[in-house]
Design a binder for this molecule. Structure first.
Ligand SMILES: [Zn+2]
Length: 228
């Protein structure tokens, strides 16, 4: 009985919805969500098409979850609303050096996400071919896109995309783990999210930001940060 109970508990804790300061789980009310990529500040060791390719694959992985109504669409950033959801390089990284990337989501009090931004640490050593001495860009971005959907860290599966750490040369997070897919299905059960135009952003006073990062190299160290 005790063993069965532990198993149930551990399964229940597989994925972790992110919660805002009002206690609401955060998610998008309307799909699709448009995103844009800003190439400014990209480090020289990664070519623009490599970076964009890694990013497209990261979004595509979540779009492909069976039974989840997740749809990200790449946009050219020509409309003001689409510029809200941007993936960009930050050459002067102001956070811990071992945080590879940082995703912020802004949500309403009831948890509706209205905006996200993914900052990539431009000082980290990136590659797109999984080479051992570098951090794999698609590996990290697939994790960050999970945050943009409203998922927090999965502390119970080291191999999950939403596990909080990544190692040099690691590419395992490119492919979603069952628990990652369960998280997407939990937040976006098929048929639950209307497809249409995204609603207008709410006034800044009712928005708040949630920021989560992933760490490089040290699995024994875990930090996540939240900020208002
Ligand atoms: Zn993270």
């Amino acid at each position: 009985m005790l063993i069965a109970g532990l198993l149930i508990a551990s399964q229940a804790l597989a994925f972790e919805p992110a919660v805002n300061k009002h206690g609401a789980e955060v998610s998008w009310d309307v799909m699709p969500v448009h995103w844009t990529y800003d190439d400014e500040g990209r480090p020289g060791e990664v070519a623009e098409d490599e970076a964009l390719g890694a990013l497209r694959e990261a979004f595509a992985s979540w779009n492909a979850v069976p039974g989840a109504r997740v749809r990200f669409i790449e946009d050219d950033g020509t409309t003001p609303l689409d510029e809200l959801n941007v993936v960009y390089w930050k050459p002067e990284w102001e956070w811990d050096a071992d945080i590879l990337a940082l995703t912020s989501t802004w949500s309403q009090e009831d948890g509706e996400i209205t905006r996200f931004a993914i900052a990539i640490n431009g000082q980290a050593d990136w590659a797109t071919d999984g080479r051992k001495e570098s951090m794999d860009l698609q590996n990290a971005l697939t994790h960050e896109v999970g945050h943009a959907l409203g998922l927090g860290h999965d502390e119970s599966h080291a191999e999950a995309t939403m596990a909080p750490t990544a190692g040099f040369g690691e590419t395992g997070k490119r492919k979603l783990h069952r628990s990652d897919e369960d998280g997407a299905r939990y937040l976006y059960p098929d048929g639950s999210v209307p497809m249409g135009c995204a609603s207008s952003p709410a006034p800044p006073s009712v928005l708040w930001a949630l920021a989560l990062g992933i760490l490089a190299a040290f699995r024994s160290r875990h930090r996540s940060r939240k900020e208002d």
